[in-house]
Structure formats: C-alpha cells, structure tokens
Design a protein around this ligand. Structure first.
Ligand code: G6P
Length: 617
C-alpha cells in the first residue's frame, strides 16, 4: 500500500511528482504529501514539506499559488497503517533536525522499541507513524557515528524488522536521493541526467522506458547524476537496466468515465492477450513459455495448493474445479493470510500456485516463502511483470492483462482464469487425462471467448436498466453452483467493494442451510443459472427463492425460456463449454456492480478504505 514517487534532474519536480502520485493512487488515497528542495534560491533554502489529508487533488488545491520551484523532490500517497489518516501522519516525514525527509511504503514492525530508545535520547515525535521513527533513527545513527547518510541508512536498515520501500532526501546534498527496498516494490527510472523513483513504472514511462527494479535488501544512491546500488552488507552490485513495455494509453482512461468501466470493456482484448502466442486451436498448439521446464512437475504433482487473496482467491476457486476435472489432481485453495500462519502440510511433489494481480500482496508473498521453505515448487500467475511474487516463484505465467488501475479487479480476474485454464489443460494433456478431441475442443472454445465476452458487453444497457431498479437495495445474495459458485462470490465482492451494499455469495444449494431466512420481497437474488450439468438443480433453487418472494435476477444461457418465466429479470449470455463459463458469466456481474455504484454516486475507482495493492499483512 502507499505510493511513492521521487525525482532528481533538470525538470520541475513538483508537477512531475504530483502527476506520478495520481497514477499511484490505486495504492492508497487517504492523504498525500510532497517534500521539495530548491537550491537555486538560497534565500529560500531548506527542505519544504507540504501534506494534506485526502486525495492528491486536495494536496494540489493546498499548493495552489505556492512557489514550488525545485529540481528534486519526493512525494507520497498514503493508505494508513500506523496512525489515523490526517495531515500530520501524512508523508513525507522530517528527521528531528528537519534536514532529512522520508517517504515510506511498508511497516517497520520493531518501530516501538526503536522509538522508545530515541525518546530516551530526547527525540520528539510529531506523528504516530513508524516512518517518522525510521528517519529519526537514521539521523541518530548519523550523529552518533559521524557516518555518511548512505552508511547511516544502511546501518538503520540492518536493525529494522518489517517491510519497506523508502526514498530519502537531504538538505545537505541537492543532487542526492537514497532509496531502499525490502518486501515493497520500487522501480528506478534512468533518464539523461535524471532519475525517477516510484512504486511501479506508471509515473516513469512518460519520461523513460529504461528502468531498474530494485531487489530486496538493496540500497540505491543517486548522487551528482550517478546511480550506485549496494546490498545491505555493503557490497556494490551492477544495476540491471531493462526496458519496460508499457504504453501511456494503457494507463489512461481512453474516453471511459472510470478505469473500472474501461477495464471491463477491455476484456475481449485482455483475454486474447493472455492467450497470445500460447494457444492455436487449428494445429493443437498450447505452450506456456514460463512453464516449459516445469510442466512435468505440474502434471505429475500429487496435490496442488493454490494461494491468493480477494479476487485472486476467487480465480483460484475456479481453477480448483478445472484442474480437478481435467487433470485429476487434488486441489486445495487457501487464503494466503491463513496459509502462512498455519503449519501447512506440504509433501514432496506438492505444487503451490500463487495468484496475484499486483504481484506484491504481502500475505501471498509470505505464503510463497513459507511453502518454499518446506520444499514446494511454486508457480506464479501474476499480472505485473517483474513484481515481487513473479520473481519469488520457480516458474509461472504472466496474465498480460495490461495495467489494472480500478481498485475492483475485473480484467485481471478473467485473465487469471484464462491462464489457469491453460495451465490445467496443458497439465491434463501431459498427464493423458483428457482426450485429443477434448483438448482441441477446449482450445477452439477458448479462442472464441474474446468474441463471446464482447457479445455480453454489447448487452451492457440491459444490465444498466436492472442496476437502476436495484440501486437502493440494502442487501444482495448471489447464488451459483459448480464453476459458477466462485463467480457468485466474485459478483458479491464486486458489489460490496464499490457500492458498499452488503452482499453474500453462496453455493445455490447451501442457501437453504441459513441464508434462505434472509429472503423476502426486498431481497434481490442474483442467480447464475446457465445451461450446464447443474441447470435443473439451480432451477429448483430459483423456485425456492421465488416461493419466498425474493426478487430474482438470473444470468441465463441465450434462448432459455424456462427460467425467463420464473424470475423477475434475465440477463442472457452465450453458450460456452462448462469449463469456460466463468469467463463469460462474470461479465454481467461486473457491469451490475459498476452501474449500481455509479448510480449511488460512489467513487468507483477509489472505493473507501480499500487499496489495490495490499503490501501489509
Ligand atoms: C486487494 C484488492 C483486490 C485484490 C486483492 C489481491 O484487496 O483490492 O482487488 O483482489 O488485493 O490482490 P492481488 O494483487 O494479489 O491479486
């Protein structure tokens, strides 16, 4: 959580950093701040820090009319962990003598002990944050040892327990920025005599495509136009400069009112991109480059454990059905946050698949480390190239959905499900648990999915009309069976996240063991009732709801007349192979939650209390 941006070079730092922070607001948006150093105006010397509760735009209003001239600056958009979201707890934080300032993403777990020692020495703290403790600690080490700032940062980080991505600016050297990371992402953009630091590449790509992904336990020092990277043990390393493949249009709204809507409508393309070069039905080609050396291991595994959080966990539930059905490998799907704090049993030939859009989710990363320590082989399914999770796994496949900026995940989910389906089909083929005919049929059906999703999207107006009718509902129930059960969970999560309506997803048959008590004429029930093997059972479940006067919105297969007569509203979707149904059936649910949230006047892309990338546990 939290987004950090820093710049040193020949451009005006303030507008560049502010623009970058807006791109990173998906990481947190409860307060924002900026520190600038203007050396060209000696009369106005010294570090200046501006901070404001609220969004980056609130900070911008605060800054209107101020002289922000500076060629070096650091900025932060916050998602509060230690201390309430207010002006004081916003970053950057000054050192005690106000000569240093820090921006920090992460958590310093042993901050309380360090703080106590500093208080005993007379340090005074202005905020409640762990980040202020870190910068005062660095200042203290510097004073006690007389060492350089770089060395003091290194010494301090050797003592720190927790996760961090930090950038430090010092009044004493206007050409210098010092950054470090452990567990939180940090990208350095390398331009002509200029350097950029950011939590991801989006604030940088406008200026340079040359980037260095800082590794854990590395410190980057930019001084007088030179970049040096050292390890925490003080050995120097050669930074690996790579080209980032991301275009500016991918991170802009492109005429849509919200990123979420753009991302929903991008799915025909993003699903196609997740299969590009991997699937060719006409000659039976299926290959995932990142799995090549590990496919045997996946296919011969005795058990697969899937870990993830939020929407990624739902994609894992879909994958459970598909792997078990096609590859006949037992699968368990675990919340990463639960898995990491048990003593999970991982046996030889067990495989762990970690799913994460951002590739930075702290719990998922920790689950991977735990599974690795027990000898498991880890596969990653990540969207963000070069992310921490992608780098921590043994093998994997990127989802290639492109940057997802709306906090509620949409195109990342369908891309995850697509890639996991490809993995399951590849494993099944290798293992010989599916026939050549089914293999070819599935590939052909997969190739049709982008067009079918497009067809569902053309029906968006119909979903919008239904959304209008239910805008002020207080609760929602989502029901589905089999592969549509995780879709029901995902539909309910989407609605909760962005409209703040209480919603529950249930396996349709499980409804009668409790939730049925909630049903009355005020309860909208969304039932995913497509023509698959459990169709008749779902029809019975719909009757149970209707008998209690529930208002049913059914997602049905095109041409279905039976359900149309029983329910209040139907949304038709095209027929696809059962295995691939979630890729199509989730689309109307994404649209429904989007339109309801917009009609309720919610901030769809930045819902309250949430952040897109959860880098704290
Ligand atoms: C946050 C986001 C969710 C996301 C989850 C897992 O809670 O708001 O949309 O599903 O994190 O994120 P990941 O990046 O690991 O998929």
């Amino acid at each position: 959580m939290c987004g950090i941006v820093a710049y040193v070079g020949h451009r005006d730092a303030a507008p560049l950093v502010l623009k970058g922070l807006k791109r990173l607001e998906y990481r947190g948006y409860d307060s924002a701040g900026l520190a600038l150093l203007d050396v060209e105006n000696p009369a106005d010397a010294g570090l200046k820090v501006y901070k404001k509760k609220g969004k980056v735009v609130d900070l911008e209003h605060e800054l209107a009319g101020k002289d922000l001239h500076a060629k070096i600056g650091i900025g932060h958009t916050r998602w509060a962990t230690h201390g309430a979201p207010n002006d004081v707890n916003a970053h950057p934080h000054f050192s005690h003598d106000r000569k240093l300032a820090i921006i920090h993403n992460g958590i310093i777990e042993n901050y309380a002990t360090i703080k106590e020692n500093l208080i005993r020495k007379g340090y005074i703290f202005r905020s409640e944050t762990d980040s202020e403790v870190l910068i005062q600690f660095i200042e203290d080490i510097r004073k006690e040892t007389g060492s350089s700032l770089e060395e003091a940062v290194r010494q301090a980080l050797l003592e720190v327990v927790g996760a961090y991505a930090i950038v430090i600016i010092s009044e004493e050297d206007p050409t210098q920025l010092i950054a470090a990371r452990k567990g939180s992402p940090l990208v350095i953009g390398v331009g002509e005599n200029e350097f950029f630091f950011a939590s991801d590449a989006t604030p940088i790509i406008e200026y340079t495509k040359d980037v260095v992904y800082l590794n854990d336990l590395e410190i980057a020092v930019v001084r007088a136009g030179e970049l040096k990277v050292i390890n925490l043990d003080n050995t120097q390393t050669t930074p690996y400069i790579q080209k980032v493949e991301m275009e500016l249009e991918a991170i802009e709204k492109g005429g849509f009112e919200h990123f979420m809507l753009k991302e929903i409508f991008e799915q025909p393309r993003s699903i196609a991109d997740s299969m590009r070069g991997r699937v060719r039905a006409d000659d039976g080609h299926l290959q995932l480059g990142g799995l090549r050396d590990y496919l045997d291991q996946l296919a011969s595994s005795k058990r697969i454990v899937i870990v993830g959080c939020g929407t990624s966990w739902h994609a894992g539930l879909v994958a459970e059905y598909i792997f078990e059905e096609l590859a006949r490998i037992p699968v368990e799907v675990e919340y990463a946050s639960e898995f990491r704090y048990r003593n999970p049993i991982i046996a030889e030939r067990d495989v762990v698949i970690a799913i994460s859009q951002s590739g930075e989710t702290a719990d998922t990363l920790a689950a991977i480390e735990l599974a690795k320590s027990k000898g498991a082989t880890i596969f990653g399914v990540c969207n963000v190239v070069g992310s921490s999770i992608a780098r921590a796994t043994h093998a994997g496949a990127y989802t290639h959905a492109g940057p997802e900026i709306g906090v509620a995940s949409t195109k990342a989910f369908t891309a995850q499900v697509t890639v996991l389906t490809l993995m399951a089909i590849a494993a099944a083929q290798k293992k010989g648990t599916i026939s050549e005919t089914l293999f070819r049929q599935l590939l052909a059906e997969l190739e049709r999915i982008p067009a079918l999703v497009d067809k569902v999207l053309q029906n968006a107006e119909k979903v919008k009309e239904i959304a209008y009718i239910f805008t002020y509902a207080k609760n929602f129930i989502y029901l589905g069976r089999g592969l549509n059960f995780p879709v029901a969970l995902e539909g309910a999560l989407k609605l909760k996240e962005i409209s703040y309506i209480h919603a529950e997803g249930y396996p349709a048959a499980e409804m009668k063991h409790g939730p049925i008590a909630l049903i009355d004429e005020d309860m909208p029930v969304v039932v995913i009732a497509t023509k698959d093997s459990s169709y008749e059972k779902v029809v019975s479940n719909i009757q149970e709801v209707k008998a209690r006067k529930g208002r049913v919105i059914a997602v049905v297969t095109e041409g279905d007349t039976q359900i149309r007569e029983m329910v209040d509203f139907v949304i038709e979707i095209p027929k696809v192979h059962d295995i691939l149904m979630p890729l199509v059936s989730v689309i109307p649910l994404q649209l429904l939650s989007y339109y309801i949230a917009v009609m309720r006047g919610r901030n769809v892309d930045q819902p309250r209390n949430l952040a897109k990338s959860v880098t704290v546990e």
